[in-house]
Design a protein around this ligand. Structure first.
Ligand code: ADP
Length: 400
């Protein structure tokens, strides 16, 4: 089944056309600067990358350009749009009502609308993408794959914040977690690749990218994760602070005479690796290069990043009362041998040992612990687009 996978941001739209059976990507690309001037980057597999500047006042024009590119007689990969059998949308927030991917109908749309408060940047953009596809490809099934869904199996003790209960009652303030599509995909793949028992396994997934989160997965079900009500909680990320004492907000707001929302913006956009490195970079590669050249700001940022990962892994091993496998994924998790080594070396108290040679792995499923290690450590590349494609195809086939 040909599935168009769509991931809408407020002014951008990424897409891939994937065959769910062969897993082959026919074409991919992105629309940028939607609402401003507009630019489409289109890349058919095996063909030349094309860049087209054209006005895209809304997501509807952006999707229209993508569809036109896909059926373009010269560079397109489809004869007609009839060959697109379903559309899979990445949706940020499904709140507490949605625990799985679903075929989009009026009810699902109203839940996504209700959750706009919780995902103010993403949910409205996701809805625009959904509505545009419904308008331009009437009658085709649209599926929503939620970033929060996989984490809905967390028990109450893991998702509740210890604040007055009325805030949960009134506003549903709790931990939701994100990157769920990746955590689901990588935990499943880890179990399969390592031959673990799906009904008797404890796995930790460290998704480390620009945004990062860790999850604890027992028997394929998420029991805890590091992101919270929003993606700000948890690890040190590219520009997000992750965990901190909430009193820091009031203190800095008073000292600098800035508003709480300005401070939250700083915690999201100017903190993490970027903030710790005194503005050097939010990108791990830049920082590791600078650290090799003796830059102390880069070293501080990387030390803090690794230390927070170690603490989360340690706490999830305690929460699950053990662990069978730890999987590294995401841009940093899949590529940064240094981060994996720093983390795994600090787990030696558990009898976990790294195979230094295997740790040179990049971009493939690979065990990186030694054969006598008490816990298996592996690199398992994520593929969120393929996961969305597969979930979409499974739901649509089931419905037929
Ligand atoms: P996003 O959260 O935006 O999807 P990615 O998963 O693509 O992010 O991860 C981006 C991060 O991965 C950046 O910090 C980048 O420096 C890092 N990264 C990508 N490739 C490498 C590499 N070869 N070695 C080390 N770090 C890398």
């Amino acid at each position: 089944m040909n599935v168009l996978v769509v991931n809408c941001g407020s002014s951008s739209l990424k897409f891939q056309l994937i065959n769910s059976e062969t897993e082959a990507v026919a074409a991919k690309g992105l629309c940028e600067r939607i609402g401003l001037d507009g630019r489409l980057v289109y890349q058919p597999t095996g063909g030349e990358k094309e860049v087209t500047e054209a006005a895209m006042p809304t997501h509807t024009e952006a999707i229209k350009m993508v569809l036109d590119a896909l059926v373009n007689p010269k560079t397109g990969v489809l004869k007609s749009l009839d060959e697109v059998e379903a559309i899979g949308h990445r949706v940020l927030h499904g709140g507490a009502k949605i625990s799985d991917s679903c075929i989009i109908n009026d009810e699902v749309i109203s839940v996504i609308e209700e959750c706009c408060d919780l995902g103010p940047l993403h949910n409205p953009a996701n809805l625009m993408g959904i509505r545009a596809c419904m308008e331009l490809m009437p009658g085709k099934p649209n599926v929503a794959v939620f970033d929060t869904a996989f984490h809905q199996t967390m028990p109450e003790k893991a998702y509740m914040y210890a604040i007055p209960y009325k805030y949960y009652d009134k506003y549903k303030i709790r931990k939701y977690g994100f990157h769920g599509t990746s955590h689901r995909f990588v935990s499943k793949e880890t179990i399969k690749f390592l031959g673990l028992d799906p009904n008797n396994s404890k796995v930790i997934v460290a998704h480390l990218g620009n945004g990062s989160s860790i999850s604890a997965v027992v028997n394929g079900k998420c029991v805890d994760t590091s992101m919270g009500l929003t993606p700000l909680e948890g690890l040190v990320m590219g520009t997000r602070s992750g965990d901190l004492d909430p009193a820091v907000l009031e203190y800095i707001c008073n000292k600098e005479n800035i508003s709480v929302s300005e401070m939250v913006r700083i915690l999201n956009k100017e903190s993490g690796l970027l903030g710790l490195s005194q503005g050097l970079s939010s990108d791990f590669r830049d920082l590791s290069e600078a650290m090799e050249n003796g830059n102390p700001d880069a070293k501080r940022a990387i030390d803090c990043l690794c230390y927070r990962i170690i603490k989360y892994i340690g706490s999830y091993i305690a929460a699950m009362n053990g662990v069978d496998a730890i999987a590294f994924t995401g841009g940093i998790g899949e590529n940064a041998a240094l981060v994996r080594k720093t983390v795994v070396d600090n787990l030696s108290y558990l009898g976990i040992t790294l195979d230094e040679e295997a740790n040179k792995a990049r971009g493939e499923d690979k065990v990186i612990s030694t054969s006598d290690s008490k816990v298996i450590v592996a690199v398992i590349p994520t593929n969120e687009e393929l996961a969305i494609c597969q979930e979409t195809a499974a739901l649509v086939k089931n419905q037929k």
